[in-house]
Design a protein around this ligand. Structure first.
Ligand SMILES: Cc1cc2nc3c(=O)[nH]c(=O)nc-3n(C[C@H](O)[C@H](O)[C@H](O)COP(=O)(O)OP(=O)(O)OC[C@H]3O[C@@H](n4cnc5c(N)ncnc54)[C@H](O)[C@@H]3O)c2cc1C
Length: 412
C-alpha cells in the first residue's frame, strides 16, 4: 500500500525493515525457541549496529546522536520496529525513553540537555515519566493530581505518591508531574520536575505485578510504585515553564500516542504475517486452513482495518505538524488500539494452541496490546473528547426540522 510517505521516510523505513529482518527478528525467534533472555550486551551490540547503519534514535536530532527525522518521516520506521518484541529497543526508540527524550529536547534547558538528554539518547542512563497516582489521585482525570511541589528558597520540596511509572525501577531520573500552584486550576498550576532517583526521599515501593510482564530481555525496568517524601531538588530542575506541565505533557502525549499507534500497527502486521503463514501450512478437514472462507473473510477484514489505521495515523501526524490535532490524535489512538487488539486476538485464534504458547511472539503481543486501550488515555476518555467536539457541530437546519416533532415546538 502507498501512503504518500516522503521519499526520506520510505528510505529510512526500508533500512529499518532490513535491520529487523537481518538482525533483530532472527535473534528474537532464537530467544523464543530456546527460552533465552537477550542480554544487555546483546542490546548494546544492536545499538552499535544501528549506529553504523544510521538508524539509531531516529526521533532525535543528529547533535545528540540521533537521525534528525521530523515527525512524519520517522513514523513508518516505528511501524517496522513494532514487528519485533525487541525492535523499538534495538534502535533506542522504545517508550517511555523516546517520549522523555522528546520532552527534554522540546523544552529542556541547555544544561538539562547536556546533563540528561545526551546520555539518555546514548543509552548510558534511563528515565521514567511519573504522572499516574493511586486511587484518590490523577489517572484518567489528570485534574485530580495530588502530588505537590512547594518552593523553599531555590529548591522544590516534592511530596506525593505515584504508580505505574514505566522503567521506574531502573530509571536514573524521573519526570514528575506535580502541582506547583494550588490556587490555580491544575491545568495552569502544574509543572514537570526532573528528579534524579538517587535523591533522598525517592522511595521505590515495588514493581507492580502485571499482565504482559514476560520480558525476553534483561532490560526490564518494570512499572514502579513510588513515594516522594520531602524530596528536594533545585528549582532549575523544572522542565519547561513553571506551571505549564499539562501543556508540555499534552505535546509529549500527542506525538507519543501516534508513535505508539505505529509500533502497535507493526505488531498487528507481524501477527497477521504469522497467522497467514500458519493457516497456509496447517490442514484441517481436508484443506489448508487458509482455504476456509470464514477465516479468509476475517483476514480480509483485519487487513482492511489495519490499512485504515495506518492511514488515519498518518493523517493525524500531518495535522500534528500544523496544529495540536487533539481530535485527530484521539481518533487515531482509539481506533488503532481497538483494531490492533482485534487483529492480535484473531492471530492467536488462527494459530490454535500455538497462539497461546510462547514459541511464537503472539502471546507476548496479546498481553502487551491489551494495555494500549488503557495507557495514553483510555478508550472512553478519547471518545469523550471526540463526542464533545461532535456535539458542538449540530446543524441548525436539522435542529429546526427535528423540532417539528416536538409537541411543544420548542427549540433548545
Ligand atoms: C503497562 C502500563 C504502563 C503505564 N505507564 C505509565 C507511565 O510510564 N507513567 C504514568 O504516569 N502512567 C503510566 N500508566 C498509567 C496509565 O497512564 C493509566 O493507567 C491511565 O491513564 C488510566 O488511569 P487509571 O489507571 O487511573 O484508570 P482510572 O482513571 O481509574 O479509570 C478506569 C477506567 O474507567 C474508564 N473511564 C475513565 N474515564 C471515563 C469516562 N469519562 N467515561 C467512561 N469511562 C471512563 C476507563 O475504561 C478506564 O480504563 C501505565 C499503565 C499501564 C497499564
Amino acid at each position: 500500500m502507498e501512503y504518500q510517505d516522503s521519499e526520506k521516510a520510505v528510505e529510512v523505513a526500508t533500512r529499518v525493515e532490513a535491520f529487523m529482518d537481518e538482525v533483530v527478528l532472527p535473534r528474537e525467534r532464537e530467544a523464543l525457541a530456546n527460552d533465552e533472555v537477550i542480554t544487555n550486551d546483546e542490546i548494546e551490540a544492536m545499538w552499535e549496529m544501528a549506529k553504523d547503519r544510521d538508524l539509531f534514535a531516529p526521533q532525535m536530532p543528529e547533535k545528540y546522536g540521533g537521525q534528525g527525522l521530523d515527525f512524519s518521516d520517522m513514523l513508518p520506521s516505528f511501524e517496522q520496529v513494532g514487528r519485533s518484541l525487541i525492535g523499538a529497543l534495538s534502535i533506542r526508540a522504545n517508550a517511555p525513553q523516546e517520549g522523555n527524550m522528546h520532552t527534554l529536547e522540546m523544552v529542556g534547558t541547555d544544561e538539562q540537555k547536556e546533563q540528561w538528554l545526551r546520555p539518555l539518547v546514548q543509552g548510558e542512563i534511563s528515565s521514567g515519566f511519573s504522572m499516574t497516582e493511586p486511587m484518590q489521585g490523577g489517572g484518567s482525570d489528570p485534574k485530580m493530581l495530588r502530588t505537590t511541589a512547594e518552593k523553599d528558597g531555590d529548591e522544590w520540596v516534592i511530596n506525593g505518591h505515584k504508580w505505574w511509572t514505566t522503567d521506574g525501577l531502573t530509571a536514573d531520573f524521573l519526570l514528575v508531574m506535580a502541582r506547583t500552584n494550588m490556587d490555580a486550576h491544575p491545568y495552569s498550576g502544574t509543572s514537570i520536575i526532573l528528579v534524579p532517583t538517587d535523591t533522598d526521599g525517592v522511595n521505590i515501593v515495588r514493581n507492580i505485578p502485571h499482565m504482559g510482564g514476560h520480558s525476553i530481555t534483561e532490560r526490564e525496568g518494570g512499572h514502579a510504585e513510588i513515594k516522594f517524601e520531602n524530596v528536594r531538588v533545585p528549582v532549575e530542575n523544572t522542565v519547561g515553564e513553571e506551571n505549564e506541565g499539562f501543556q508540555i505533557a499534552q505535546m509529549r502525549l500527542g506525538g507519543g500516542r501516534l508513535t505508539h499507534c505505529m509500533r502497535y500497527s507493526g505488531m498487528a502486521e507481524r501477527s497477521l504475517d504469522i497467522a497467514k503463514a500458519y493457516l497456509s501450512k496447517r490442514e484441517a478437514f481436508g484443506d489448508p486452513l487458509a482455504e476456509k472462507q470464514s477465516l479468509r473473510h476475517k483476514i480480509a477484514d483485519a487487513e482492511t482495518k489495519l490499512h485504515a489505521a495506518r492511514a488515519i495515523v498518518r493523517h493525524a501526524a500531518r495535522e500534528l505538524d500544523r496544529s495540536e490535532a487533539r481530535i485527530e490524535v484521539a481518533m487515531s489512538k482509539t481506533y488503532t488500539a481497538n483494531v490492533t487488539n482485534e487483529i492480535i486476538d484473531l492471530a492467536v485464534q488462527c494459530c490454535g494452541a500455538n497462539g497461546i504458547g510462547r514459541d511464537l511472539p503472539l502471546a507476548h503481543f496479546y498481553e502487551d496490546v491489551r494495555t494500549f486501550r488503557i495507557v495514553d488515555g483510555a478508550d472512553e476518555v478519547h471518545r469523550r473528547s471526540i463526542a464533545r467536539e461532535a456535539f458542538e457541530d449540530i446543524k441548525e437546519e436539522e435542529l429546526e426540522y427535528i423540532c417539528r416533532f416536538d409537541t411543544n415546538r420548542q427549540m433548545h
